[in-house]
Design a protein around this ligand. Structure first.
Ligand SMILES: Nc1ncnc2c1ncn2[C@@H]1O[C@H](COP(=O)(O)OP(=O)(O)OP(=O)(O)O)[C@@H](O)[C@H]1O
Ligand SMILES: [Mg+2]
Length: 365
């Protein structure tokens, strides 16, 4: 099945964290294939290494693993790596594909001992399938109900010991019982620019393009902490370098190419900037409600709320308050304006060694 079939290709901005048309095949070739190749997420890597090695030493299957984090940070890649490191085969499915319990029963009964079952978007699994999964995860068996009404019987079926790897962009949307059945939760966090630079250098090597160190830094800085975006920007810059120059990506080439694609120094695209500009210029910096803001930029409120806002908030440009959205001083400065004296500072938030993975608490940070 096509792993990426869940993606809808609505948002074609070059800095969308979601999979967009054209990403698919290339992404597969750029995926890291083992833990050693996987750049960044040092804590997650170390913890997973222990979980996997421990299980291998005991000759058993590791605990079920939940990978949680925003789109494009490497959850699917990591699921594939887990299977590869265990020397097991990976069976793929996704929450939305498991509409009926029977779909899951079929999947489970085909598993071979040691298999890794990967359920992408596991928070979207339908209730009956989820309940079947509880038993399968805990006792490696399922009860298949045959017939309807009073005559219905349930037939217990053994399931070969397997490891479930679930991926979710919304771990908060998982039910408690499902969450509790994972022995290990890995939280993937946004990448540091230096890590993105390394990822870009690796990708450039695979794609066979010459990427200068300064150019790498330039692209990394605009990638919103997300490898998927970094790789996509690299491809756009490569096009520019090949069409308008000799194919070598220098800092100046990267700069010029990213200007053509409307991606600014912070990784903001045109829509992000119009939202900021409307907030500051039309509403004096706010507070203003999301729907009003959306009307001002001619977009759906959902697009503004789900596509633009998360990054603008993370970049410290917008603050959410009970009375609406407010522009921070950093937003005014970004637009080349002098912030009013009462504006909150904002700016890129400083991350202090937040734990990236936890054995105990799968809550979203
Ligand atoms: N640590 C990494 N090192 C190198 N490349 C990476 C890394 N993480 C992700 N990538 C690249 O980013 C792309 C997207 O990663 P992946 O598909 O694993 O993300 P995801 O978290 O599953 O996203 P989604 O939530 O949309 O399913 C991969 O194809 C790969 O090229
Ligand atoms: Mg994925």
């Amino acid at each position: 099945m096509n792993l990426e079939s869940h993606a809808d290709f609505e948002d074609e901005s070059p800095v969308s964290p979601d999979l967009v048309a054209g990403d698919g095949d290339i992404e597969a070739s750029l995926r890291p294939k083992n833990l050693h190749d996987f750049i960044g997420q040092p804590r997650v890597r170390e913890q997973l290494q222990l979980v996997l090695t421990g299980a291998k030493m005991r000759g058993g299957t590791p605990d079920h693993i939940l990978l949680s984090g925003p789109p494009g940070l490497g959850k699917t890649s990591m699921a594939m790596i887990i299977a590869a490191e265990l020397g097991s085969s990976l069976r793929l499915t996704s929450g939305p594909a498991l509409e009926r319990a029977g779909d899951l029963a079929a999947m489970l009964s085909n598993l071979v001992e040691g298999d890794v079952l990967f359920i992408d978007e596991i928070h979207r699994i339908a209730r009956p399938a989820e309940e079947m999964l509880y038993l399968a995860m805990e006792d490696f068996r399922v009860d298949v109900v045959v017939g309807k009404g009073p005559g219905a019987t349930s037939i217990p079926l053994e399931v070969a010991p397997f490891t479930l790897v679930g991926a979710t962009t919304r771990s908060g949307a998982l039910t408690g019982p499902l969450r509790d059945r994972f022995g290990f939760t890995a939280h993937m966090d946004f990448y540091e620019p230096a890590e993105l630079e390394q990822i870009l250098m690796r990708s450039a090597g695979i794609l066979g393009v010459q990427l200068g160190a300064e150019a790498g830094a330039e692209i990394a800085g605009r990638s919103r902490g997300t490898p998927r975006i970094a790789n996509r920007l690299l491809r756009r810059v490569r096009d520019y370098a090949e069409v308008r120059a000799d194919g070598v990506i220098t800092r100046d080439i990267a700069h010029a190419a990213l200007a053509v694609y409307d991606v600014d120094q912070l990784g903001l695209d045109r829509l992000d900037r119009s939202v900021l500009s409307a907030l500051v210029r039309s509403f004096g910096g706010g507070p203003v409600g999301v729907s009003t803001l959306a009307v001002a930029v001619g977009e759906e409120p959902a697009t503004v709320e789900e596509v633009c806002e998360p990054f603008l908030v993370r970049a410290g440009m917008i603050a959410r308050t009970p009375r609406g959205r407010v522009a921070t001083a950093a937003a005014w400065t970004q637009l080349g304006l002098t912030p009013p004296p009462d504006a909150v500072a904002g700016g890129i938030e400083v991350r202090v060694n937040e734990p990236q993975a936890s054995l105990f608490d799968p809550e979203d940070p």
